[in-house]
Design a protein around this ligand. Structure first.
Ligand SMILES: NC(=O)c1ccc[n+]([C@@H]2O[C@H](COP(=O)([O-])OP(=O)(O)OC[C@H]3O[C@@H](n4cnc5c(N)ncnc54)[C@H](OP(=O)(O)O)[C@@H]3O)[C@@H](O)[C@H]2O)c1
Length: 369
């Protein structure tokens, strides 16, 4: 094992830590706090972070549930969490750009999964300095959702003739984690001409509070209105599909338009890569068939569709850019709910809301107390 460069903080690192770690696939009501060894640095590019806050994404609770059992071969105790903000307490021998004491945020890779804990590992290429002015909780709310939206927008920007500037963009679920990040990117970074979103009735008034600096041009109450009719057929250049609406909302797309979906069906090979090559082969095959069908169906309508599976690897540069946009006021974290790690009931309840995919605003953040 590679020796840790723990600088002057080594004496403060205990041998064990509290972590949300599961002994079986289960739903949030069965989540428990476990005592686990503090992870050790074993690769030269690894960085050990004392976690101050982590945020919860749908993928965390889905993979930990019986859905995860279908998809892969996890080992137990199953550690949860990919998004993290905290303080560097140790670095591997090749890390020169971070040192003990740096306040950072990161999206950790599948092999380092486990940010709902007092300590977590990441790699130097997946870390950036925490944006100034943000609390750790706010910083932890950013990585996965914003990196996913950013990658999707870059794809659309490349594929659309003339890029995204001035174009009509449809982003369903405007106060979801991914939707709220995407609206801010569309309005304040990519210069979209018109941004259309959907919300349930109770959230429409809240949108001004959270998105006052990136006001969508049109908000449709998806629980009462016919979304396709409200948007209009053949009017949208780019749909960022956060709620599996690719087929349902296909009529709103122009010819030669682009859909990037993060919520329908991943390509099997890409999904397997995000799972560290651990997925069951029959499942990979099934995903590939469904992905092919979706591509063929949308192509018949003149729409360029692709699914994006966001991976952690080498996201540090993008996190640097996102930090800059946050410090310029273009992007703001949207945290709807918080729980202390020690309050297991609150952690379960917040995770249940994420699992149910209903009722939440922005991100649910776990603060390590
Ligand atoms: N492929 C990738 O790399 C990647 C990355 C990140 C996320 N994802 C996936 O993307 C999806 C969204 O993630 P997220 O973090 O944004 O989830 P989230 O923050 O938990 O969003 C859930 C919200 O979506 C709203 N919603 C549900 N159905 C809707 C519909 N038909 N129309 C409009 N709004 C609807 C709900 O609002 P109401 O309460 O108003 O109903 C709910 O609050 C998830 O499936 C997640 O797994 C994929």
């Amino acid at each position: 094992m590679m020796s840790r460069n723990l600088s002057n903080m080594s004496t403060q690192i205990p041998k064990t830590m509290r972590a949300v770690a599961l002994s079986k696939y289960c739903e949030p009501s069965e989540y428990e706090l476990a005592t686990l060894p503090v992870p050790g640095i074993s690769e030269p590019d690894e960085v050990l972070i004392k976690v101050k806050a982590a945020s919860v994404n749908p993928i965390d609770v889905k993979l930990a549930s019986k859905i995860g059992k279908l998809l892969g071969n996890a080992t137990f105790p199953y550690k949860m969490g990919f998004d993290v903000a905290g303080v560097v307490v140790g670095v591997g021998s090749s890390v020169s750009n971070f040192k003990a004491g740096d306040e950072v945020y990161s999206l950790v890779s599948q092999i380092h999964r486990g940010t709902f804990a007092e300590y977590a590992l990441s790699t130097a290429d997946a870390i950036s300095i925490k944006p100034q002015g943000l609390s750790f909780g706010e910083a932890a709310s950013i990585p996965l959702v914003t990196l996913t939206a950013l990658r999707s927008f870059r794809i659309a920007d490349e594929k659309l003739t003339g890029g995204l500037k001035g174009k009509t963009v449809f982003i369903p679920a405007g106060l979801s984690g991914t939707g709220s990040s995407a609206i801010q990117l569309a309005k304040n970074v990519f210069g979209a001409g018109k941004v259309v979103t959907t919300l349930s009735a109770g959230k429409i008034e809240q949108s001004a509070e959270y998105l006052g600096h990136a006001v969508p041009d049109e908000i449709i109450d998806y629980t009462k209105e016919n979304v396709v009719r409200a948007i209009g057929k053949g009017t949208v250049d780019f749909m960022f599909d956060t709620v599996s609406s690719t087929i349902r909302a296909l009529p709103v797309m122009k010819r030669d338009s682009v859909i990037v979906s993060i919520s329908t069906v991943p390509n099997g090979a890409e999904f397997n890569k995000t799972q560290g090559g651990n997925s069951r082969m029959w499942f990979v095959y099934l995903l590939n068939v469904l992905d092919w069908l979706l591509k063929a169906w949308t192509r018949r309508k003149g729409v360029d569709y692709q699914f994006l599976s966001r991976e952690a690897g080498e996201c540090g540069e993008e996190l640097n850019l996102i930090r800059q946009w946050i410090e310029e006021g273009k992007l703001k974290p949207i945290v709807g709910r918080r729980a202390k790690l020690s309050n297991v009931e609150e952690v379960r309840s917040g995770c249940q809301q994420v699992f149910d995919a209903q009722g939440g605003v922005g991100k649910f953040v776990i603060e390590i107390d």
